[in-house]
Design a protein around this ligand. Sequence first.
Ligand code: FES
Length: 125
Amino acid sequence: MSVRLRAGTWLQAGSVADLDRADVLGVPLPRDHERVPREALVLRDPSGTVRAYLNRCRHLPIPLDGGSRRYLDDGKRYLMCGTHGALFRREDGYCFEGPCRGDSLFALEVEIDPDGTIWISEHAG
Ligand code: FES
């Protein structure tokens, strides 16, 4: 997937049509201030609203998928930590089961152009 900048702090993150073909889009982000690679996870919530989260858990600074590229539980209802099996709601990133229960993933802002292009904020709000 190509990524281009929009007004400095927004990144193109595919299109809504891409989410018809894939449950979750992994979108590379610029590295953080310590040069650590970052990635966004873009998906639909149960209402169909497009959401984006940093691919990083709140209780350990590791990618949620543990590098497996598998982001969802078996039923594809929730985001899942590949290391601990913790489950996170799609609509708000809230962890309701697992070691970080009660915390929420870092959410990124999402905007969608009329043509379906998805834009995400580079930094968590
Ligand atoms: S790293 Fe936090 S639940 Fe697995």
